[in-house]
Design a protein around this ligand. Structure first.
Ligand code: FE2
Length: 187
């Protein structure tokens, strides 16, 4: 489903990154079942699947929502995906919906923080360095700092802790994300 609609390498990585964070959040905040982890993971993986083709505010995530409905994805999944767009008017009510919002921009920001490190690796990133970068307005300007701050607050987690938590969630897939240090060695 994801690769059918998404060609952008960076967007595919973003999808995997948010999936990993959502799976970790599910283990921490969900009901602990493998089904829940799968569900939270799918929501993370697919939340931007329509963005490569239809990036405008009029289309994303509405086009995706219609396609998901056609293909029989549940209301729970579709509602969560709709709720990650501030402008959709769909409120974030469930822990899964709150987690998606709290992980989305942050996953992108952590990735950006890793890419400017000498080794281009996640191992070089910690919550403190991410917080410092958040104050640097010129850095990764497209990432909305307020979304990161409000997302964690609404999820009911401490921001520093949440940042550290997401960094750890991303580490097992560092290689897939190109953040395991091999990119720097390759030149
Ligand atoms: Fe996203």
């Amino acid at each position: 489903m994801l690769t059918e609609f998404t060609q952008s390498e960076s967007l595919l990585k973003h999808a995997q990154a948010v999936e990993a964070c959502m799976r970790a959040c599910s283990r921490k905040l969900g009901d602990g079942t493998p089904e829940a982890e799968q569900l939270w993971g799918i929501v993370g993986l697919l939340h931007d699947f329509d963005y490569d083709r239809w990036p405008s505010l009029e289309d994303h995530p509405y086009k995706g929502n219609a396609i998901l409905k056609e293909r029989g994805y549940s209301d729970e999944i579709r509602r969560a995906i709709m709720s990650h767009a501030e402008y959709s008017g769909v409120t974030r009510d469930s822990p899964m919906e709150k987690a998606l919002f709290a992980c989305d921009e942050l996953a992108g920001f952590i990735t950006a923080c890793a890419l400017i490190k000498p080794g281009k690796s996640l191992a070089e990133v910690d919550a403190k360095s991410v917080r410092k970068r958040m104050k640097d307005k010129a850095f990764a300007r497209k990432v909305n700092r307020d979304d990161i701050i409000n997302g964690a607050a609404d999820l009911g987690v401490d921001l520093d802790e949440h940042i550290g938590f997401c960094i750890e969630a991303l580490k097992p897939i560092a290689k897939e994300l190109g953040l395991d240090g091999s990119a720097a060695k390759a030149g």
